[in-house]
Design a protein around this ligand. Sequence first.
Ligand SMILES: *Cc1c(COP(=O)(O)O)cnc(C)c1O
Length: 406
Amino acid sequence: MINRRELIKQLSAFPILGSFLNQSNEASVSLIKSAPVRNIAKELGIRTFINAAGTYTSMTGSLMQDEVVQVIQGAAKDFMILDEVQTKVGEQIAKLTHAESAVVTAGCFSALTLGLAGVLTGMDQKKVEALPHLEGTGMKSEVIIQKGHSIGYSHALTNTGCKIVEVETLEDLEKAIGSQTALMWFLHIQSDKGQINHEKWIEVAKKRGIPTMIDMAADVPPVENLWRFNDMGFDLVCVSGGKAMRGPQSAGILMGKKHLIEAARLSMPPRGSTIGRGMKVNKEEILGMYVALDNFIKLDHKKLWKTWEDRTELIAQAAKSVQGVSTEVVVPELGNHTPTLKISWDANKTNVQAKTLQENMRNGDPSIEVMTGANNMLSITTWMLQPGQEKIVAKRLKEELAKALV
Ligand SMILES: *Cc1c(COP(=O)(O)O)cnc(C)c1O
């Protein structure tokens, strides 16, 4: 480590740098001083842990890529015009995702609300200010979704004042479309729970002149999903930035048709008299989201997958070495598409409830979060682990399982 005096001495050897340093501004001085960074979580007694569970909002989602953090730190030192940041970043994101246009939102949830707001208002400023009150404004008021897609996130749509109309069959859908239909919404993670597939949904919508939106919040990987639904013909596509992509946890992307993105932005900050004013994304996160996406697309996804598999295997071997414990790796087809290790045990040989084991892992040192399945089952993913943490998870898990042997 180089200390400050040495640094100045070395820099002074270069006349230009040296004189630069003597009249340096406060910012560079404070950088050189490099005061120890406060560990606020520690100061406040906030528990940090190894995340072998997954990308859960309650567990603060994912850890940002190092380069995203660097971009955020860099951007924090300059003022910019918010709209210009969104426009320039949006153009790049659109290119990467085969969309006409894109904007960074405060997560996927706000992308759903803002995208629908754009559909409802178009470029009519009066309508923008009227939301979420639709009556007497001439705005449409219904969003059609499949019953199996109704899992709570559709609340983002009712935030605009719209009502949800649920359908099951194709016949239901044809009948449900009417003069009040604003949008046909599709939830990718539940696509196996509805009778109507993506293509058919778009086909019917196009035929009847209704815009479509898809929520694919947790559906990268596979990386191709980032452009697949734009290519398929959805008018609006919404994704989370702070899940597998490891962008800012409070960022997401709304992408799709140019005129709809433009209209959605009327309900976004800096514009104040809007339903979206509270869904602010700062310049740092907008830029960070772009870099996260760009890096994620460029990743060697085969290699990344192999890393997740190797970690999973290491943990599985450790667990299985305890008598009566068995493991299985499953990969969810829809949502959180990553190797997921299911660990189960014979209750006659290993006397512990999954909840207790989960708590023991949480209360151990270091603290580790895992998920529970049934009474005798734990569920573990390795994609949120930092390199090497799989060894700690394997060791602790084995200890806890062995402890419960009868
Ligand atoms: C996570 C998630 C959301 C919310 O996304 P945020 O980025 O946290 O706002 C919406 N829909 C689905 C299906 C999700 O999994």
